[in-house]
Design a protein around this ligand. Structure first.
Ligand SMILES: [Zn+2]
Length: 587
């Protein structure tokens, strides 16, 4: 027994059975019933939308002696003769017959009258594949067609058809078929063959069909033989989609900026044998579902996922920021496109995951907005917390810069995070973005204590500095110029001014991760990144930073690379300037 594919087995043989394309069907039906058919048609539209099917129905209908509502009756002698195969209906696949000979042959044979019906119909599929000379031969026929000839040219790429041909055809555009209609069609077929199914499975197959009835039915066919009942799991397995929950975890980690977790989730899925391309597609599809769940009230119906899967998608959507979802989707659209051109797709995929889960690495506006949003959320959290500290805890200090004097100088400093990218916003962000006014007159309690300690020290003469040792120099100068506000607060004011008044996103991003501390009256900003250090050293940035610092009352500042020691000579100069009454000698 020969196997007949679903698509061929259930190919509509009347206009009534067509899935959508009613605008095309209506025109053709009216022409047939009115007895005024044209000589040349161009059917355009995506593959699998019914162009050839409609062409065949039309070819039989124009010959039928007793059409039913514009469709062939199927019982009259002509219909029966045509069903058995007749020379009157000729199908040419231009994709395999792109030679000029076929068209010359056609031109010759078209002159003979039809054998069974009134018309000879030529259906040329994929007509855009014809060569130039073949098009010319076809054109000759179209220019002076015999009264009994009808040409139906079908193509997915109408822009490749010469204008001389286009102008002689009646053009009918076929549209992609909505998922709802594909579902309905598939369900009717499943009912007919007696296959039990899950609603979600049908929805998933319809979605995978992407508007093409033929594509959907060929996917359905593979799924049907996979298991007794047509289940969602079976569809996922056939489509090669990665396990939903694992992909969901990966996407969730990405959107909540947990990069290490996201990367290891990716590793795990790839280790199970999924290809990079399939995983990228899965991520993209899930992101689009998360976006729907985030924005649409009727998301549950639109997504048509099994209940537990929908809950998972909804939970991700609730946790994530809309802009972060959009940004992630854009990054993955680009990545999915690029995957086929790169020699190391896996690295591209991982880079995309990193970019999504670490917007700090990106200087573009979208990344910036995602970061601001996250900072705003953190501020909200802090404001809700009853005993939120006004000032950020002491910062990890670079080796070269001494910490602000504290009663217990031996107190251990917080360690630098070991991972190159912190999993959360740096702690100091809390201080930078607190919107409360910075009041030098009323420093917080913690700071008042610090200042008392500083004042006490000021009454004592400074200890003679160790020769050529920069850190004591910095410490000494600090005693003379106690800061009226903490370094974090001063730098926070700078960042706010930069963001609100100057709106310089690029510079804002570059500055956002700097560690600020005071060395005397000088605000020292430390970065670990060579790139940031170089960019901040550019003349335009230096000028702008200087301008803002002057504006907010910070007289002196310096950007330093982490680990870079203070220039001993300049430190000594400064020391001598600050303590003019004391002879300072370096031995
Ligand atoms: Zn008939």
């Amino acid at each position: 027994m020969s196997h007949l594919s679903l698509y061929r087995k259930f190919r509509p043989d009347t206009f009534d059975k067509m899935v959508r394309q009613e605008h095309v069907v209506r025109i053709l039906r009216n022409q047939i019933e009115g007895g005024s058919v044209g000589h040349a048609y161009l059917f355009t539209g995506p593959r699998g939308t019914g162009k050839t099917t409609v062409a065949r129905i039309f070819a039989r209908a124009v010959n039928c002696e007793n059409t039913q509502n514009g469709s062939p009756c199927g019982v009259c002698p002509t219909c029966r003769a045509l069903a058995e195969g007749s020379l009157d209906i000729t199908e040419i696949d231009a994709a395999s017959n792109n030679g000029v000979n076929e068209m010359r042959d056609l031109r010759e044979k078209v002159q003979y009258p039809p054998v069974t019906g009134r018309y000879k119909v030529y259906i040329v599929d994929e007509v855009h594949m014809l060569t130039d000379s073949a098009f010319n031969a076809l054109l000759k026929t179209l220019e002076e067609p015999p009264a009994h000839a009808i040409f139906i040219l079908a193509t997915t790429e109408p822009q490749k058809i010469p204008a001389t041909i286009l102008s002689r055809c009646m053009r009918l555009d076929f549209k992609l078929i909505p998922e709802e209609d594909l579902e309905k069609h598939l369900k009717s077929i499943l009912a007919e063959i007696g296959k039990p199914y899950e609603e979600e499975a049908v929805a998933a197959i319809a979605r995978a069909g992407a508007g093409s009835d033929r594509d959907m039915l060929s996917i359905a066919e593979a799924c049907i033989v996979y298991s007794e009942k047509l289940t969602y799991e079976a569809v996922c397995a056939v489509l090669g989609a990665a396990d939903f929950h694992e992909t969901a975890r990966l996407v969730s980690d990405m959107l909540t900026a947990d990069m290490p977790a996201a990367i290891s989730a990716c590793e795990k899925i790839l280790a199970e044998g999924k290809s990079v391309g399939v995983l990228a597609k899965d991520i993209l599809q899930l992101l689009s579902r998360v976006a729907v769940a985030k924005t649409c009230k009727n998301a549950e119906r639109l997504l048509a996922l099994p209940a537990d899967l929908f809950r998972e998608v909804k939970a991700i959507a609730d946790r994530a920021d809309g802009r972060a979802i959009l940004r992630a989707t854009e990054i993955f659209i680009k990545t999915e496109n690029e995957l086929r051109f790169v020699s190391t797709p896996r690295i591209s995929l991982e880079a995309a995951i990193m970019r999504v889960s670490y917007p700090e690495a990106d200087g573009d506006t979208d990344a910036l907005l995602v970061r601001i949003k996250r900072l705003e959320e953190r501020i909200g959290e802090l404001e809700r917390r009853p005993s939120a500290p006004v000032c950020a805890p002491a910062q990890p200090q670079p080796e070269s810069a001494e910490p602000e004097p504290q009663p217990n100088a031996a107190a251990p400093q917080p360690q630098e995070p070991e991972v190159p990218f912190p999993e959360e916003e740096p702690v100091f962000a809390e201080a930078y973005f607190s919107d409360g006014p910075i009041s030098p007159q009323e420093p917080p309690a913690a700071q008042r204590t610090e200042r008392k300690a500083e004042e006490r020290r000021e009454t004592q003469p400074p200890a003679p500095p160790a020769p050529a040792a920069p850190p004591p120099a910095a410490e000494a100068s600090e005693k003379r110029l106690p800061p009226t506000m903490s370094a974090e607060q001063a730098f926070g004011t700078f960042l706010r001014t930069l963001r609100k008044k100057y709106n310089n996103g690029m510079l804002f991003t570059m500055c956002a991760d700097l560690l600020a501390s005071f060395e005397g009256g000088k605000l020292v900003l430390v970065t670990e990144s060579d790139t940031i250090f170089t960019i901040l050293g550019r003349a335009d940035n230096v000028r702008l930073m200087k301008e803002i610092f002057t504006e907010i009352g910070v007289g002196d500042y310096e950007v330093r690379k982490k680990g870079q020691t203070v220039n001993a000579r300049s430190a000594l100069e400064e020391l001598r300037n600050n303590f003019k009454d004391y002879p300072i000698d370096v031995k």
